[in-house]
Unconditional design. Structure first.
Length: 565
């Protein structure tokens, strides 16, 4: 894993102060605690990099713990994908793989402890009644009529809840805190619900399940976590977690909140991502348009580019939206240095070079990567008939169009100068079928002995040697920078981009690309960076996903900002 020099931030400042004070006997123990109810996304990548990175930098450990307390939404496939994504990013939890479901007995015992202390009670209010009793930010809540049940009665009822004697939803266990507390979460929160649901690890052994708020802090405590690093929305939960830990008299980790990652032109809500998958707006969790780690991997992003992105974003206390251009900049910068160059014609237009000898084939020398001379060169066949991009020819060009048109000369990359002399059209449709050109044999390699230099250079592929391939061009999944901004009454999906995917099934590729393996990455000259699809490619027909274009918006924004300083 390519290490990045860690940046200073307020989380590190807190840990540094704890170490100076001798807190936790000098230990640093973090954790990454995903709920296995969906695939991880780029926001989780930030948390992964932060938690595992801090542990590594302070010679500590980071646990992987699945907070699996909601059996209705959790699946083994989500566990598998989460572990795969973390390993792919370059992190290892070693033997420290834990599950909240491993602690069900301990959590239940903790709950009985609160009941015996008179700090928890069994409540018969329905979910709707609990909400009504809670009050508002300006109005105190109302105590449940079951709040003052005797301790022994509560203990008996709670045990009968566990034994399955009551219907689903008929009773809950609630903490007895303060129904007038300014923090609504402290108004007698629910700890357990009756819910007969099959748990993917525990089967049907339990019919009561802990709420996330009840399980989370105690799970951290059981594992000896020193610094419980959460996103900002959990700041309001911290007093509740501390109340539980203090009243149980067990180890209290220090919770530190940081701003979650919000990415432009994307949604990072697992609920919304699941809706996109379920309703088939995308092909799956790993659709290359999705901001999931598996989607980014399939699109061609690398672990190091995502780690660099997370490092560039940094750790802050204020929520903000990070521009997608920064993520694209990170992968573009990396691929520019390591990706072999290739020529591919996405929307082919045939060119016949009239004065080029029929049957002749030349192998022309092409540079594999101008950023790395050690990558050497390759031979590319050239023949009388070639393909160029349809966009590189206009029959009636505007004034500033410098590519191929009737009577105009252009340079073929690594090959010759050609001039268009005739346009052939389809008699039925009137569309251009092919163009006829002549070439200058003295310009082999793309240079002219008389010093002339065409204003445009276009890429090409020999028609006789071209490999057919499918190319998928991706754009942002949403048209708006903030997909949540919708007109009154409109659904958030109204901002979905209808042009987020364009599939080109008749592209023509340079011959050596036929041997490309899934995951291989290339720069298609003048077109962008592309990766061989991990799922849909075959030996005889590769499928390429465009990872990112060549246009670096972020670099231009950054440069402009510096010039204006």
């Amino acid at each position: 894993m390519n290490a990045l020099k860690p940046k200073g931030n307020f989380v590190r400042d807190i840990i540094d102060e704890d170490l100076r004070a001798g807190k936790n006997q000098g230990r640093v123990q973090t954790r990454f605690p995903p709920e296995p109810n969906g695939y991880l996304h780029i926001g989780h990548a930030k948390s992964i990099c932060l938690n595992f990175g801090l542990a590594a930098d302070y010679n500590g450990n980071c646990n992987l713990r699945f907070d699996d307390t909601n059996p209705e939404t959790e699946e083994v496939d989500y566990v598998r994908s989460i572990k795969e994504d973390i390993r792919w990013l370059g992190f290892d939890w070693e033997e420290r793989e834990f599950y909240a479901s491993d602690y069900f007995e301990k959590l239940y015992a903790f709950a009985e402890d609160l009941v015996r202390k008179g700090l928890a009670y069994v409540c018969d209010l329905s979910a709707e009644e609990v909400t009504e009793h809670r009050g508002t930010l300006t109005k105190p809540g109302k105590e449940s009529p079951y709040r003052n049940r005797p301790i022994e009665e509560n203990l008996g009822l709670f045990r009968r809840m566990r034994a399955g004697e009551f219907p689903d939803g008929s009773k809950t266990l609630r903490a007895k805190i303060d129904m007038a507390h300014p923090n609504l979460l402290m108004r007698d929160p629910i700890l357990y619900r009756i819910r007969r649901a099959h748990h993917y690890r525990r089967g049907d052994a339990w019919c009561i399940y802990a709420t996330y708020d009840w399980a989370h802090g105690q799970s951290d405590s059981i594992e000896g976590i020193t610094h419980s690093i959460c996103t900002l929305e959990f700041e309001v939960h911290r007093p509740l977690y501390d109340w539980f830990l203090v009243n149980l008299g067990i180890h209290r980790p220090q919770q530190i909140e940081f701003a979650r990652l919000n990415l432009s032109h994307a949604v990072l809500s697992k609920r919304k991502l699941l809706e996109l998958v379920r309703d088939k707006y995308v092909s799956g969790w790993d659709d290359p348009r999705m901001p999931t780690i598996s989607g980014l991997r399939r699109r061609g992003f690398t672990p190091s580019s995502i780690r660099r992105f997370c490092d560039e974003v940094g750790v802050a206390k204020a929520n903000s939206i990070v521009d997608m251009a920064l993520l694209e900049h990170c992968i573009r910068e990396e691929l520019n240095k390591i990706a072999p160059r290739a020529m591919a014609v996405l929307r082919p237009l045939k060119v016949v070079i009239l004065n080029y000898p029929e049957g002749q084939v030349e192998d022309l020398e092409c540079v594999n990567n101008p950023e790395d001379a050690a990558m050497g060169t390759r031979k590319v066949p050239f023949s009388r008939e070639i393909y160029i991009e349809r966009d590189d020819f206009l029959e009636n060009p505007p004034k500033k169009f410098f590519r191929l048109s009737p009577g105009r000369e252009v340079r073929l990359r690594y090959a010759y100068f050609i001039t268009c002399v005739e346009v052939k059209k389809d008699s039925a449709t009137g569309e251009i079928a092919e163009i006829h050109c002549t070439y200058d044999p003295a310009t082999r390699g793309g240079d002219s002995p008389d010093g002339r230099s065409p204003k445009a250079t276009v890429h090409w592929v020999s028609a006789a040697h071209a490999v057919p391939g499918e190319v998928r061009l991706y754009d942002t999944l949403f048209t708006k920078r903030d997909p949540g901004e919708v007109e009154e009454g409109a659904d958030w999906k109204s901002n979905l981009n209808p042009k987020s995917l364009e599939v080109l099934r008749d592209s023509k590729l340079e011959p050596f690309l036929k041997k490309a393996e899934p995951g291989d990455q290339f720069q298609f000259e003048r077109l962008g960076y592309f990766s061989v699809d991990l799922k849909n490619s075959s030996a005889d027909r590769p499928v390429f996903n465009r990872t990112v274009t060549l246009r670096d918006t972020w670099a231009r924004i950054t440069k402009a900002g510096k010039e204006n300083e």
